[in-house]
Design a protein around this ligand. Sequence first.
Ligand code: CMP
Length: 136
Amino acid sequence: MSDTEQTLSIIKPDAVERNLEEPIKELFIKNSFKIVKQKKVQLDKKDAELFYKVHETKPFYNELCTYLSSGPILVMILEKTNAVSENRRLMGSTDPKKAEEGTIRKKYGLSIDKNSVHGSDSQENAQTEINFFFKN
Ligand code: CMP
């Protein structure tokens, strides 16, 4: 039985602005992820609030949603065995200062807000997040 999974990845505004889409996609491919679907979008603040609803009680929620809607983002469905955990490993710690060598956030992240990439944190959230961007 195959345990191939899908997860949602976002290349955030700070990385799109610095033309890091291709280098980050290359890292996914080099790490055996298949990019099943991708699209570039810009969310409005209301959409960002919906997307990050799980964080609505956090003190950084408003800033987080303002930031995610501040510019274009590249959203992708990534596929691999154990895609959710493998993507989180490749991204590294949320705070780039704490991220491990070789991870995307270590390499490209600027700060805990501008940390270049988002990845689903569970299989359940992956499905919700994939539906959010790719329903239809
Ligand atoms: P992300 O994986 O997209 O999920 C939620 C985001 O909130 C996270 O990346 C960070 O960019 C952002 N964030 C801002 N401040 C914090 C914080 N103090 N702790 C965790 N995440 C934070």
